[in-house]
Design a protein around this ligand. Structure first.
Ligand SMILES: [Cu+2]
Length: 603
């Protein structure tokens, strides 16, 4: 099935059964050995070293059946500290090795190793894993394929080929860590990437790329299950296959009612299961992806990546493949028309449980604000520094102890409770004018404490602060139902009347439309520290943390030594109590923890 793909030759994992050792789990568990290390790759006529897992880009596929527990021993032989995150894996009562840096664990230092336990519970279909430290995920990522439970079947006819990863990514000719450091330093947007990629290859439309274009060789009249992942750093993408429909049967590790489309939209962090029926004439067809970008002020990578779908028996291998339809870059209607077409199965075999009686409502703005910069020397608008916010709070990442550890051991001063339930300054979020008050966000490590079992609704409200933009929003530890979305300001009286509470899609990443809102619902039944975050231009950090009621601390069975990555080994605790503060390398002016914890709005 794979051809012309040097870099994919080793997609096979070392897999071993540790039957006796993990007998208490009642099932044999899979164990993976991953080595994070640099490897040299050549793209777009130049070579560079990139960080990889086992030398592969994209990284190895992790395979499991629904209900499996997998152990991944990560050896960091790279040059950066790193964490590996299991995106879209619920990890029930096991946030300890979920990966988000300084939220649930501290990074694996280079030279060190850490065995991460990954518990697959509800999710089934395609999800993915990626590094969760700075910009290392640009090259350290791969697909996770969760097959149906052993003995169970798909809710659709079994495809002839059930495993075709299509990993969409982005490539910079320069070192991605240098791109990251540069925009952290200058406070502006990251440099635009030089290419989009399909399975690590830019494709025929870029220089020096044709010979290595990813080619999927297929037989006629078969069904192929594409496992599509958007692993790009900041591009929402349109993807399509010339003269073939994609029948979407699942998103973000949850099955959907089948929906046949001539293109799909996929945001960074999202995944998709799509059936491709090879029911066209024997020949060659392009698959292609390019950006959806509706902002009028933000530059983006407007290049198009391609791969080739080649039928066996094709008699004209050197003819130009047929090119597919892709919506135009700023076609918001097409982008969201696709998202709106997704529905959960919601039948008797796959019932859903949308929370109806909401006990915790949160309305949060998501904005790209600006911070003043000395001598107006930064690269944001008017010399400012860009800083994303939720409810006008820009999340400050702790650097001495992770939030989960602080929560579990009652370490004070690492985070503060009281993330507001609604925007502190209410203004016309999507109107023409903006109060000065909301331009400069508060910087804080602010969390929302939610009672175990609460039925939560969060409405993400886009704003015009700095510039309106579409925002992909992601939650760790949960999938959620997307019950509604709309243009303009959310109307708490009118808009809920139009919610889909019957068969809304269950996702882990929602896309909030430019100058609009999206509403999600979930039941808070997975104790831990979860982080909601936005999925673009990561350093405009972003997000808030959600904590669960104190009495559930005991439910979080902290793994014994070796199953937990502390910030500085297990003796960190005493030091942390003394040293917990928020010195932020990006902002040396912030020295006194209290100074950034004085917030305008407390519960
Ligand atoms: Cu995630």
């Amino acid at each position: 099935m794979w051809s012309g793909k040097r870099d994919h030759a080793g997609f096979v994992q070392i897999l071993s059964l540790l039957l006796l050792y993990f007998l208490f789990d009642c099932t044999a568990s899979n164990q993976y050995h991953w080595v994070v290390k640099e490897a040299t790759y050549t793209r777009l006529c130049s070579s560079k070293k990139i960080l990889t897992v086992n030398g592969k880009f994209p990284g190895p596929v992790l395979r499991a059946h629904k209900g499996d527990t997998v152990y991944v021993n990560v050896h960091n032989e790279g040059s950066h500290n790193i964490t590996i995150h299991w995106h879209g894996v619920r990890q029930p009562r096991n946030p300890w090795s979920d990966g988000p840096e300084y939220i649930t664990q501290c990074p694996i230092q280079f030279g060190d190793n850490f065995t991460q336990k990954v518990i697959f519970s509800d999710e089934e279909g395609t999800i993915w894993w990626h590094a969760h430290s700075d910009w290392s995920r640009a090259t350290v990522h791969g697909a996770i394929i969760v097959y149906p439970k052993r003995g169970a079947s798909y809710p659709f006819p079994k495809p002839d080929h059930e495993e075709v990863p299509i990993i969409l990514g982005q490539w910079w000719k320069s070192d991605v860590m240098a791109v990251f450091e540069e925009f952290v330093r200058n406070g502006g947007d990251p440099n635009v990437s030089d290419a989009h990629t399909i399975n690590g290859q830019p494709g025929d439309l870029y220089p020096c790329s044709s010979p290595d274009t990813f080619t999927l060789v297929v037989d006629q009249n078969k069904a192929y299950l594409l496992r599509i992942v958007n692993a790009a750093m900041n591009s929402i993408l349109f993807f399509s296959v010339a003269q073939h429909n994609l029948t979407v049967v699942g998103v973000d590790g949850s099955y959907t009612k089948p929906v046949a489309r001539d293109y799909v939209t996929i945001s960074p962090g999202q995944t998709m299961d799509a059936l491709l029926l090879t029911n066209q004439q024997v020949g060659q067809y392009y698959m292609a992806a390019r950006a959806y970008s509706s902002s009028t002020v933000i530059t983006f990578d407007n290049t198009t990546t391609t791969a080739i779908l080649r039928y066996n028996g094709n008699s004209a291998p050197f003819s130009t493949p047929v090119f597919p339809y892709l919506p135009y870059y700023n076609d918001t209607n097409s982008a969201f028309n696709f998202f709106d077409s997704l529905r959960s199965l919601a039948n008797k075999d796959q019932p859903i449980d949308v929370p109806l009686n909401i006990t915790r409502r949160i309305l949060t703005t998501i904005s790209v604000n600006t911070l003043p910069c000395p001598n107006n020397s930064c690269a944001g608008p008017n010399g400012t520094r860009l800083s994303a916010s939720m409810n006008n709070i820009s999340f400050v990442t702790p650097r001495t102890v992770d939030i989960l550890e602080a929560y579990h051991y009652h370490i004070h001063g690492v985070y503060k409770k009281g993330f507001p339930n609604s925007p502190p300054p209410v203004f016309n979020f999507t109107g023409e004018t903006l109060p000065f008050l909301v331009q400069i966000p508060n910087r804080a490590t602010k969390v929302k404490v939610i009672k175990y079992g609460a039925n939560v609704e969060i409405v993400f409200q886009g704003t015009i602060v700095t510039a309106p933009i579409d925002h992909p929003m992601h939650l760790h530890g949960y999938s959620f139902f997307i019950v509604g979305r709309g243009p303009g300001n959310f109307d708490e009286n009118e808009d809920p009347l139009n919610y889909n509470l019957v068969d809304p899609p269950l996702r882990n990443t929602a896309t909030v439309p430019i100058s609009g809102w999206t509403a999600i619902r979930f039941k808070a039944d997975n104790p831990g520290v979860e982080r909601g975050r936005r999925w673009r231009r990561q350093r405009w950090i972003n997000g808030f943390a959600v904590l669960f009621e104190t009495r559930l601390r005991s439910w979080l069975r902290r793994p014994v030594r070796g199953g937990r990555r502390s910030c500085d080994g297990f003796m960190i605790m005493q030091e942390a109590r003394l040293a917990a503060n928020f010195q932020d390398p990006e902002d040396p002016d912030v020295r006194d923890p209290k100074s950034i914890l004085s917030l305008p709005h407390e519960e």
